[in-house]
Design a protein around this ligand. Structure first.
Ligand code: SF4
Length: 411
């Protein structure tokens, strides 16, 4: 009898906590107050529309749609770039007045200290800066991901200073096949700055090839997919998986261990959102939190507030020591607690520093399979509004241009 050995998965989704986010009950939603942007990033999936600002009434109406259909903790205010909207501060205030956390997703270009101070007084809870080496960014056009850490640090320090430690600061980067090798460098930089950086997010680049394996239709009508900003004539497949990014990270950090995930709509074992948390201080990481800690965090927050947690303040993230008590239920935390206690016994001066939680999120957007099915993120955390309905923000151009989502029909 022959036994075929099964390859060990890089990450087994069944050993992780499945994030409890769903279509009607999620941590976040995605508000687009403008389609205008002051950069032209290579990996962007939105068309830059200079006339694209929404009025405050339209924005209020989008927020009404979210609140009618979905329970959320935070609203990602994105675009376009939200900071080019002339009423950004007002938009942040509108979100905060509804009792939701306003989270600004920006490239940072239009951010001044004065604007930041206004946003802080309007109630901004968090910033996520999108910075990567394919943005054609003035002054940084030839910089690689390592050099761009200087710019990341500039924004992290600004948010810490002006936000007085109450505003969370995270960084996004699109990851391409040729920039994948820099991912561990960005994590190394983030680990050195755990006091001012909450999360780093890596988003695998996606593009749809025109003239390849599919015809494109909307409700049975052929459409010209080539007009989509994410269409390419280059037939190269861009299929970087979240697990490829984990493999690259493990070349530098062999023990890197995700603890929570969100599956795809078509395949339960695809990890569309893959979350890793670790505890450390002063550039030293003591280890990784386990699935039970992630489960307790989301469950307790939901029991207390009725919402799943999106973004926490730097002060909460600095509560690493009380978090070690979760070792009673999370066995992944036991070696972390032992390492930390040993380090404190040997170097008691380190006790002056707070033990902090930092996280790495890896996002794997839409996958297209040979039968034309498209594997989206289950529950879509970044869902937005089009025509009074909730739609995937990563494919918003499709209903905007064609009145519906594109079906891919194998040739
Ligand atoms: S389905 Fe698209 S918009 Fe929704 S979370 Fe995934 S990548 Fe983002």
């Amino acid at each position: 009898m022959s036994v075929t050995a099964q390859a060990q998965p890089i990450v087994d989704h069944r050993s992780l906590y499945r994030l409890p986010w769903s279509l009607p009950d999620n941590a976040i939603a995605w508000l687009e107050p403008t389609a205008k942007c002051n950069l032209a990033c290579f990996g962007c999936y939105r068309e830059n529309d200079p006339r694209g600002h929404k009025t405050l009434e339209q924005i209020a109406s989008d927020l009404d749609v979210f609140q009618r259909y979905r329970t959320v903790d935070g609203i990602s205010i994105a675009g376009g770039d939200p900071l080019v909207h002339p009423q950004t501060t007002e938009i942040v205030r509108m979100v905060a007045e509804r009792g939701l956390k306003p989270i600004i997703n920006t490239n940072g270009l239009a951010l001044t200290e004065e604007l930041l101070a206004e946003l802080v007084s309007a109630g901004v809870a968090a910033f996520t800066f999108h910075i990567d080496s394919k943005q054609n960014r003035p002054g940084w056009k030839t910089s690689d991901e390592i050099e761009l850490c200087k710019l990341r640090q500039h924004y992290a320090e600004m948010v810490a200073r002006v936000g007085h430690g109450n505003v969370s600061c995270s960084f996004n980067a699109t990851v391409y096949e040729d920039t994948l090798r820099f991912v561990p460098d960005v994590i190394a930089w983030a680990r050195k700055h755990m006091d001012i950086v909450s999360t780093v997010v890596f988003i695998a680049f996606r593009a749809g090839a025109v003239g390849g394996d599919f015809d494109y239709q909307v409700n049975g009508r052929p459409v010209d997919f080539a007009v989509m900003p994410y269409a390419t004539e280059d037939l190269t497949k861009h299929e970087l998986q979240s697990t490829d990014i984990v493999t690259t990270i493990r070349e530098r950090y062999p023990d890197f261990m995700p603890s929570a995930y969100l599956n795809g709509t078509e395949r339960p074992d695809t990890m569309k959102w893959l979350l890793t948390g670790y505890l450390g201080e002063g550039g030293k990481v003591y280890g990784y939190v386990g699935p039970r800690s992630m489960e307790l965090t989301q469950t307790v927050h939901h029991l207390r507030t009725g919402r799943y947690l999106a973004y926490t303040t730097p002060k909460t993230l600095a509560m690493g020591r009380p978090m070690l008590l979760l070792a009673a239920v999370d066995k992944a935390l036991r070696p972390v607690a032992r390492r930390y206690l040993k380090a404190m016994a040997l170097h008691p001066w380190r006790l002056r520093r707070k033990l902090r939680l930092q996280s790495v999120m890896i996002i794997q957007p839409a996958d297209i399979y040979p039968d034309g099915s498209q594997n989206m993120c289950d529950g879509c955390p970044d869902i937005t509004v089009w025509n009074g309905q909730l739609v995937w923000s990563c494919r918003l151009e499709e209903p905007e241009k064609f009145g519906g989502f594109v079906q891919m029909i194998p040739r």
